[in-house]
Design a protein. Sequence first.
Length: 441
Amino acid sequence: MRTTGCLKRVIIYLLCCLVLQVYYYYPAESASTSTSVLELPVIDLSPWFDVKTEFNADTNKTKTTEYATKQVDMLRQAASLYGSAYLYTGRKNTEILHKEVLRRASQEVFAVEDFVKKRYQIQSSGFTRGYVLLGGESGSSHRREVKEGFSYGKEWPIKVDRSFDNELQGFNVWPKPEENFSFSTKFILNNLFEELALISKTLVRLISLSLNLESETALDDDISEGDTISLLRLFHYFGKAENEELFRFCKYIDQFQQIKSDDKTSTLYDRCTGSSPHSDWGMITLVGIGADDSGLEFSFNDTWYKVSPPSIWSYKKEELIVVNFGDYLSVATNYAFRSPLHRVVIGDSDRYSYVYFFYPNFDARLKATTSEGSENLSLLKKQGLEDLGSSKPESDDADDDAVKQKEIQIESFGEFILDKWRQVFRNTHMAVDETTLRDEL
């Protein structure tokens, strides 16, 4: 009976692939991985860090030279065309931390016991610190994201009478050494946070130049406290080496938790993904991925693409960081900077990455009018269930109409983002750890 049921699901899946296209915003989406590759340009930030590299070792290529001007031009072109690029810093600290964090993510951060992850799981308040359990978040109301995460922010000195300026600031949540989470791992993770904050602030200066503002420091006041509310998240994406388990995970969600699908997803497998199609809410996002296929894909001209640095690039892929320009920056620049739709698809094996969300100041304001395509920005769409635990997903079409009919006016970016994190949070009864999954099934 078990084999027959699996065979039926496979047959239904194949038939659906022949007659249906599955849509989420745009473009056409399926559960399969894209085979097309989009080569994104590499922006060299080393002149701004006064780092000598293979590219500028023989000449004095500082940030005032023609070489640096070329990097600004490349940034402008990449932002308007793709909304994304690769960054090369030339900083050894970046490379060392990148490799070490990905190693520790696989060997320590996500290797702790399930009860430890539950003890330190994120809450629904919008202040996201701690573990994201399997199924504990989704940018879509009708897809389950087969991943787990660990979220943290700026590390504050612990004081009993410490008070914070806003709800996005606060103490991080760390497992204890006796729970197999070492002080050295915590130290390295905090160092990576500070490194990525430095890179982000430097990149904002290039953005100022690319927008032809009066100086490269023109936007400094808008981000002066941005790192205090920004987030760094580690992710573990589960592979489909045991394909049946992914089917069973989605089936568990459907049957035991009464989460229903709508017409946009035709099979159990379609309802499982690594990360739902979305754009990023903030100013810029830095993504660290390993040398192997990351599963990260971008929508360009209504087609999904894997991303890669140019084939002529001689450096190793793990020395590069992917940058996505966010919704806030896109709207603030009157859409001169594109905020790309992207996703993470399920691969054959487990994968690890980190994502740094760099935000403007908590009290940053935003006022603009909508433009063609702005209805697809995740910042302006509802991404939660109408009622957590409800069987009815939100109507994307209704959201689109609402966006088109009003001005974009955000009085406090921080308050707005708190609500966005609440939207993508899924109640703990929707999240499930691996042990519970195996026990139930």
